[in-house]
Design a protein around this ligand. Structure first.
Ligand code: XMP
Length: 515
């Protein structure tokens, strides 16, 4: 099925990503394109509407990013947001000026024109403002659609040419009915059909997978996380037993996790699954290592080595399925759109982190999807909820939550601690609200007293954070009763720990994981 397509031109990473997600929530297909994409490319892709994102620049900055100057006359409907509006106004003969007082936060918006963008709206809503510049003179042919106390030209439009601009951010949740503004743009103004649905995606994707893979065999590295699990089940639906999944257990999984994964995939889905228990090799590789980066490197390299050795045993296997997501694709494709800091803080190794010179042809059926879309897809094709709603778990597993040397004994202790933390958080009904919640085993022993005996045992740290993208995170204000329960259980149920501390640092300046 051919989906109607709305493009978001990227003038600032986070903004563009959020807008694209909102458009997709309206069941309209949306992609982020570079800000200077040519008209020819937009026409070739049959774009039905363009949204120009906000961004950190001012239109008067030297070298401020520009759009193709022919964009405004292309006849394609355009919605500018913040910087996008200023860019449009300036290009079409309006005037933009720096505000003396920057407007930021929740603001009342008074709507004058209840057609098109604001069709079905009341006279007044709350919008979210965040800008330093604003349009002070309308371009020819434009009229004011809405204003705030400080920004009289907060929404402007030229109905005939289907050009619109809003100074506030309809994509953020703080703007009341913000999604409806986007809906009005894509449905009413651009005339898009809402065909981008999970069901349609599955149908299209299975058809495509069948065509690509044909009668050949395909391999998939399964970690038990949301992405690799969803890919495995989707590919399995398309080509059945032509798929082999490989699950490499490095010995740093959570309690009973390896067993659970094998069970879910072999029993529920009848997927060919090779379970490689490589724990001894991994333990040997990081014996005596205490440096976090060194640990990560050794685990990452060993993973690749095991994967290659095992794959060789399987004979001719031309394809490899990977759970690459849309944010990974844009981060590597669009310059300036990387959310990762220039300085390497931690080496992230994914189970998908396979060698660069890999001889497989890659099949990446999720590469157009955002994480929440992958979850919806996974649910639809029957991936169990315990996998779908699983909190993120790092590739190197518990090894980077054991500070200092990693030994089988210490992994076992941490598995118990982790199990207590996670099960209590679940019991308190907070698991899905938290980005992550886990235990860390510290290389510190402290003195305690149990019964009337002195003890000298390990210290455990509990970490729980809220976050939307892991780039920043707040330490979670867990209820005291829950912390109390966790601490009591840890001390009563493990013989190895006599002290529990709670991590109250946010990211930045800390990171979520301790190593
Ligand atoms: P940090 O500790 O950098 O972590 O704040 C950010 C998010 O990334 C996860 N993480 C990893 N995920 N492989 C992964 O797949 C890794 O090596 C890795 N290291 C950290 C971490 O759990 C958090 O969600």
């Amino acid at each position: 099925m051919k989906h109607d397509f709305v493009a978001v031109l990227d003038f600032g990473a986070q903004y563009a990503m959020l807008i694209a997600r909102r458009v997709r929530e309206c069941n309209v297909y949306c992609e982020i394109l570079p800000h200077n994409v040519s008209i020819e490319e937009l026409k070739r892709r049959k774009v039905k509407g363009i949204i120009i994102s906000g961004g950190p620049a001012s239109v008067y900055d030297k070298g401020a990013p520009q759009a193709d100057p022919r964009l405004w006359k292309s006849g394609i409907p355009i919605l500018g947001i913040c910087y996008g509006t200023q860019l449009m106004a300036k290009a079409l003969g309006g005037q933009v000026k720096p505000e003396r007082k920057k407007e930021y936060g929740r603001t009342e918006l008074f709507i004058d024109d209840q057609t098109d963008l604001f069709a079905g709206f009341p006279k007044q809503i709350i919008c979210w403002m965040s800008h330093g510049d604003s349009v002070v003179k309308l371009p020819k042919g434009f009229k004011v659609l809405a204003g705030t106390k400080n920004t009289p030209l907060a929404a402007i439009g030229n109905h005939d040419r289907q050009l619109y601009g809003v100074q506030f951010h309809p994509e953020v949740v703080h703007t009341e009915r913000g999604t409806e503004i986007i809906k009005n743009f894509v449905y009413v103004v651009c005339g898009c059909r809402p065909t981008w649905t999970t069901k349609n995606f599955i149908q299209g994707s299975i058809k495509e997978l069948k065509e690509t893979i044909g009668k050949e065999k395909i391999l998939c590295a399964l970690s038990g996380g949301v992405d690799s699990s969803t890919v495995s089940v989707l590919v399995n639906k398309a080509v059945g037993k032509q798929l082999t999944c490989m699950f490499i257990d490095q010995g740093f999984m959570r309690k009973n996790e390896a067993k659970k994964i094998v069970e879910v995939f072999t029993r529920n889905f009848k997927i060919n699954l090779i379970h490689v228990d490589a724990s001894q090799r991994f333990f040997a590789k990081i014996k005596g290592v205490t440096d976090p980066e060194e640990k990560r490197h050794r685990i990452g390299n060993e993973f690749i080595r095991v994967f290659e050795e095992e794959a060789k045993k399987l004979g001719k296997m031309p394809f490899l399925a990977q759970g690459t997501l849309y944010p990974d694709v844009i981060e590597s494709a669009v310059p300036g759109l990387t959310a990762t800091t220039a300085v390497r803080i931690k080496t992230h190794h994914n189970v998908g982190g396979l060698p660069k010179d890999i001889k497989f042809k890659l099949v990446e059926p999720l590469k157009k999807l955002f994480k929440d879309e992958v979850r919806a897809l996974g649910r639809e094709i029957g991936v169990p909820d315990e996998i779908i709603s699983r909190q993120p778990f790092p590739g190197p597993g518990l090894a980077i939550r054991i500070i200092g040397e990693v030994t089988p004994e210490r992994v076992k202790i941490l598995q118990t601690l982790d199990d207590i933390v996670v099960s209590e958080v679940k019991k308190a009904g907070l698991y899905k609200e938290l980005w992550q919640s886990f235990a860390v085993l510290l290389p510190i022993r402290t003195v305690g007293v149990m019964g009337d005996k002195r003890t000298y045992l390990n210290t455990a740290a509990v970490r729980a954070v809220t976050s939307t993208d892991a780039m920043t995170a707040d330490w979670a204000k867990l209820p005291y009763e829950l912390l109390d329960k966790i601490s009591n259980r840890i001390i009563n149920e493990t013989k190895e720990v006599n002290r529990v501390v709670y991590d109250i640092s946010s990211k930045p300046p800390s990171t979520i994981e301790w190593e």
